[in-house]
Design a protein around this ligand. Structure first.
Ligand code: PEP
Length: 262
């Protein structure tokens, strides 16, 4: 099967930019990409604002017919009921949100999300018509103890075990030691783990699904290093944290084909 995977550049804003700031940011980003004649069919660009910004950004994207995609940073494993403070995937779906980050390392470590919780959230996303952007990755201690692929592959297997083979998912390999540290993995390290993740996907969901699934690298991605990652055959884009909060820098990452000759 020949599959073309459209590269995806995803900006995880984390807990930054309120709803007013988000509108100004998205307008500037859309103008910057429009000025550069960015073709969204060749590189998809998606922003992941905080929950309180989503309605404002969705309204702007809709009203101005902007081609930026919209994602949320988390969702509840439940669809409704007595879950104070949680956000249902059904509500996100109603806002025309397409993607939702699941299992980010900050949620695993700071909010105690286990593999079982992450798996339940992946299913909740799928059940509500959202595409989960499943984050997996090893800590520096894991890397020393188990090598590069063991932990991310185990996290992936646990998270997709009950997912139907035809469900759309995006996987983000984010070594925890590279997140926010300024010390990105090398392109070779990223490729090695992304290839192992694709093999695991083939094993659990089948080869068609593995060939179609986009696997992103995340961890200190910038406009100066995106090219090296995008040259690797199993890296289909990037999940970008800090650099996604700078319009010019994020636009430059999205426009990687024009400035790196990939
Ligand atoms: C992230 O938190 O998902 C991330 C990749 O952050 P940064 O790009 O800042 O390392």
């Amino acid at each position: 099967m020949v599959t073309t995977r459209t590269p995806l550049i995803a900006g995880n804003w984390k807990m930054n930019l309120d709803h007013l700031q988000s509108i100004a940011f998205v307008q500037k980003l859309a103008w910057s990409l429009k000025d550069a004649k960015h073709d969204y069919s060749t590189v998809e660009a998606v922003v992941f604002p905080p929950f309180t910004d989503l309605r404002s950004v969705q309204t702007l994207l809709d009203a101005d017919k902007l081609h930026l995609g919209l994602g949320a940073q988390d969702l509840s494993a439940h669809d409704s009921g007595a879950h104070t403070g949680e956000i249902s995937g059904a509500f996100l779906s109603k806002l025309d949100i397409r993607y939702v980050i699941v299992g980010h390392s900050e949620r695993r470590t700071m909010h105690g999300e286990t593999d079982a919780v992450v798996a339940a959230k992946v299913l909740a996303a799928h059940r509500n018509g959202l595409v989960p952007v499943l984050c997996v990755g090893e800590t520096a201690a894991d890397l020393e103890e188990h090598g590069p692929s063991a932990v991310p592959v185990a996290q992936l297997r646990a998270a997709v075990a009950d997912l139907p083979a035809d469900a759309e998912i995006v996987v983000a390999y984010e070594p925890v030691w590279a997140i926010g540290s300024g010390k990105a993995a090398t392109a070779e390290q990223a490729e090695q783990v992304c290839a192992a993740l694709r093999e695991a996907l083939a094993d659990v969901l089948g080869s068609d699904s593995a060939a179609a699934t986009r696997i992103l690298y995340g961890g200190s991605v910038k406009s100066s290093n995106i090219a090296s990652f995008m040259r690797e055959p199993n890296v289909d884009g990037a999940l970008v944290g800090g650099a996604s909060l700078d319009v010019d820098e994020f636009a430059s990452i999205v426009r990687f084909p024009s400035h790196v000759g990939v």
